[in-house]
Design a protein around this ligand. Sequence first.
Ligand SMILES: [Zn+2]
Length: 322
Amino acid sequence: MHVSRGLDASVDVRRPPTSRYTGPIIDAHCHCGRPRATQRMIRAGDLYGIRKRVVICGIDEIPRLRREYGDRVAFNVWSEHKLVGRDQPFTGTNLRIVERAVRAGAVAIKFWYKPEFNERSGMWFDDPRLDRVFQAISEAGLGVLVHIADPDVWWKHRYNDPSRFESKQLTYRQLTNTLERFPSLRVLMAHMGGWPENLPFLAGLLDRYSNLCLDTSGTKWIARELSRKPAESRDFFVRYSDRLLFGSDLVAFKHATFEHHCSRYWVHRFLYERRDAARSPIEDEDAGGPVFLAGLNLPTAVLDRLYHRNAIRFFGLVPGSL
Ligand SMILES: [Zn+2]
């Protein structure tokens, strides 16, 4: 058996955990890479019932991916982050990306406004230079995916210099300002909104902003935090079942093995579908010890929404293509 670094060999992750769910699954958040690496990621998804992936990619990669994978992929296009500091090129380039994304049949635009980017660029998700971009996205009917925050523990060792980084609580105003200004913009927040440690805070956001959804991407982080409080997590998933999209955040990088990809899907499916507990096969450097997954045993109707119905609605996908 092939064993990847950081994986517990006692679980064969090439076998999905047994479960009652047999419906289709859309992975709403993963990253394509070079052709062979992408192929490995797609094969792992096939094994786990993934019928379609919304892949985060560059605008120029769309024709090749469409040729190779057809209906099995939809496209979430990277916005431009490198031209920050050059007002006109930054806004203009992003407007052109939106135009091209619409023509190419993409479904969303990806933004990355987490603390290290804020610090490096001096730019936040509510910057006026993005106004015309959000307006264009909203008019075109595309979605937005944004990564705003990282695990709480990162504020202890990475973002602990207050002269460079704002607090986690404060950083969310870049999101809420934009949601207030663009109420019809459909926004998907990556990694359980960046705050799976604080489900009451996320509930408040979802209650206030009806066009906001969250994805479950970031396997280690999500599994660790949801498993710490299974009853509260289950209630949250049931209560907001029409606002949560399944996503893995798999990245098709060169050294990511087939088993690496499988392990992420294994953990997610165990977490949502099973009722028992198991030691996670993935090593988690942020956990300070082994992680025990607590199965949330979500009702089938909730799984249907989490796994495909919400993604179809959010991204405007054609249901028959699954
Ligand atoms: Zn991602």
